[in-house]
Design a protein around this ligand. Structure first.
Ligand code: GLV
Ligand code: MN
Ligand code: MN
Length: 432
């Protein structure tokens, strides 16, 4: 058994400040990995760029002197011991993978701010009661495989083998094949869960990715709940044929069917977005057409559908309506429609006690904050199933994210990181 280190009393919270220059420098360094046109960042999960960003993090963790553990899928945990060798660890982090042509802060902020917070603890020789682990989860974004929060879902024991069946990227590479190349098969998934008794709590700092904080002029959001997506692919199969010879009434055009569906998703969701309790959003974000040439009727169209809500019932109702519409379009147009489920998630509530603790952290620095739900998905959504979880938001300029225009002001970034550090100290020193 490890010997217990003496518990040094922490100096007052206000005296422990993050190093703003270093935080911004590291954020900048990560954003250069995968940089593209117009300042966009692309680090799709399991791409070379994404692996390089994970290497950068491992290197930084080693420099600080954290104990680095990497699990089978590639989730990275950098641990700083506490005084109580038996205490479960406070996990703090987010993800480093991005969407295609995304921004520089989504996910990265949460990982790099956690790294900076722990670096300060180490530098100032502040030893908390519990260990703190900086965590980078693999594959939070669904952009490559249509499957989100892969790493945190595995840690939480939430991945079912059957869920992976339709997860494939635009090149047709299956997620299951990538996992197999790493020696991970369906029967291994349950054993990749981390024992929840080793986790004290989970904290995540993230950009809001929406317009509320900016509109309300609040520098901090404290998240109450996370809207969960239901995602599926739809494949319409009609008949590819010559665009010059086929009379209009004899066509079985898969793309026109798909276009009807896109409009239907918008219509159905708009109807629901006016309901106070059951706000639902729905998006068709990707489509593949075959043969995809100017002089042929499209014989095949494959679309992705993403429906989200904080209210499970409202979302279920919208999904049912959308799927009924798919069948109706296919019947009327005499084409085949397949619905391939990707994932169904349930909205989660974050921990009330931790929410109060984050409020107290804001108050002690006289920071105004907004209590708000999250429309975007996060790793906290999975972690909340196994441990008390909480999230802090900072404003996103013009509410834009998943875009190169994603931006948060350095001042807000530093404040968010400071509050993350304050809350790590409080939670890390709590006896449970
Ligand atoms: C994650 O960024 C999401 O799609 O909500
Ligand atoms: Mn994202
Ligand atoms: Mn994110």
């Amino acid at each position: 058994m490890k010997s217990e280190r003496p518990h040094s009393p922490s100096p007052p919270l206000h005296d422990i400040a993050i190093n703003k220059r270093r935080l911004l420098r590291d954020l900048n360094a990560v954003s250069r990995i995968g940089i593209g046109d117009h300042g966009s960042v692309t680090r799709l999960v399991f791409s070379i760029k994404e692996l390089r960003s994970r290497q950068f993090l491992i290197h930084q963790m080693q420099e600080i002197g954290l104990q680095v553990h990497i699990d089978r899928i590639g989730n990275i945990f950098g641990r700083l011991d506490g005084t109580n060798a038996k205490s479960a660890a406070l996990l703090v982090g987010s993800h480093l993978d991005t969407v295609v042509h995304g921004g520089r802060f989504d996910g990265t902020l949460g990982v790099i701010a956690a790294l900076e917070a722990v670096r300060i603890l180490k530098e100032q020789k502040i030893v908390l009661l519990s260990p703190v682990e900086v965590v980078c989860f693999v594959g939070e974004e669904s952009s490559r495989f249509g499957y989100s929060t892969l790493g945190s879902s595995l840690v939480a024991g939430e991945v079912q083998g059957k869920d992976l069946a339709h997860a494939a990227d635009a090149q047709g590479i299956k997620l299951e094949d990538i996992l197999a190349s790493m020696g991970i098969y369906r029967n291994h998934l349950p054993s990749m869960r981390r024992d929840p008794s080793t986790i004290k709590a989970y904290l995540e700092l993230h950009i809001e990715q929406g317009p509320i904080l900016e509109a309300k002029k609040k520098p901090i959001g404290i998240v109450t709940s996370i809207a969960a997506p239901t995602r599926f692919r739809v494949v319409f199969t009609g008949q590819a044929n010559h665009s010059g010879t086929t009379p209009m009434e004899m066509r079985r055009d898969a793309l026109v069917a798909a276009s009807e569906l896109i409009v239907a998703v918008e219509k159905i969701c708009r109807k629901y977005s006016h309901m106070k309790k059951g706000r639902v959003v729905g998006t068709v974000g990707a489509m593949k057409i075959e043969p995809g040439i100017i002089n042929a009727i499209p014989g095949k169209a494959e679309l992705s559908v993403d429906v989200r809500s904080i209210t499970a019932n409202a979302k279920r109702r919208v999904v049912r309506l959308v799927q009924a519409r798919i069948r109706e379009i296919a019947r009327r147009r005499k084409i085949r429609a397949e619905i391939l489920p990707l994932r169904e998630e349930y909205p989660v509530l974050l921990d009330k006690r931790l929410i109060r603790l984050l409020q107290a952290c804001c108050k002690s620095r006289s920071i105004t904050y907004e209590i708000m739900p999250s429309g975007a998905g996060h790793d906290a959504m999975q972690m909340a199933k196994v441990t008390p979880a909480a999230m802090l938001f900072i404003p996103s300029r013009r509410g834009i994210s998943h875009s190169p225009l994603e931006w948060s002001e350095p001042e807000d970034i530093c404040l968010g990181a400071q509050l993350l550090l304050d809350s790590i100290i409080r939670i890390g020193n709590e006896t449970t």
